[in-house]
Write a protein of this length. Sequence first.
Length: 293
Amino acid sequence: MTAPEKAIVTCALNGVLTDPSLHNIAVTPAQCAASAREAYDAGAAIIHIHFRRQEPGKGHLPSWEPAVAGEIVEAIRAACPGIIINATTGVVGPDYQGPLDVVRALKPEIAACNAGTLNYLKIRSNGEWAWPPMVFDNPPSKVQDFLDVMGETGTLPEMECFDTGIVRSVAMYIANGMLKRAQYNLVMGVASGMPVDARLLPILKDYLQEGSRWQATLIGREEIWPVHAAAARLGGMLRTGLEDTFYLPDGSRARGNGDLIEALVSTARGQGRDIATPQEARAMLFGTGARQG
C-alpha cells in the first residue's frame, strides 16, 4: 500500500485585518522573523505574509512599499533557512499597482491570486453590518494583470477561491490560456463566502483541475479543526495561523503561530499524513530544479 503524500503546511503569519495593538500580531521585520521561526520549528514549510506599515501606531494598516516588504522577507528567510514565501496581493479597488510592484520586487515563490469577486459582508446579531458592505473586486482583467506579473517573476499563483463559482472560474482561466496550471486555496469562513463545512470538500474536489494541488483556509474558532482533519484525510495542503484563527482544538487561545502549526501538524499525523520539510515542499511544488529562496 502506498503511503499518503506528505502534507505541505503553510503558516498564515499575520493577515490584514487584525489590530496589533489588540492582539499579538507580527508587524516589524524582527517580529515577523521570530513568529515565522516558531512556525518553521513546528513544521511549516511555507509562510504566507501580509505587509504592514512600520510607523508607530500604523501597524494595523497594509503597506505596499517594496522596501518594507523586502526587509520583512529578508528577515524571515534569515531566520528560517529554506522557507518558501507566499506573498499576499489582495487589495480592493481599481488601484492595485502596489501589490504588483511588491511581487516584481520580491519575486516570491508563491503569491496569492484572488480568483473572483465577492460581496464581502458580515452581519452583527442585531442585524447591523459589522462594516460597511464592500465588494472585493477581482474581475478577469485584474486577475490577468496579476498572472502576467507572476509569470514575469517565476511566481506560482495560488488561486484564492471564496465561493464555488470562483472555484469553477479557475478552470475557465486555464481554458482561456490565462493560467497554465492551478493551485487552489479554498477559503472557508468568510461570512458571505463558503462556510467552514467538511461536507463541501469532496464536492469542491470534483471541480478542481485534475492533478492540481489545493488547500483549505479555515477562518473561525475551534470548530475549524475537524475540517482541517478532513482536508488532511482528503490529501490537501494544510494552512493555519493567526491570520485565520486564535483558537486551538480544545478551544483555548494560542500563544502564537507555533502553537497553531504544532496543532495542525498533530492533526495531519492523526490522519496518516507525515509533514514535508521546506526542501521536500519545494520539490513537490516546483520540481527537482526548484529555485531556492
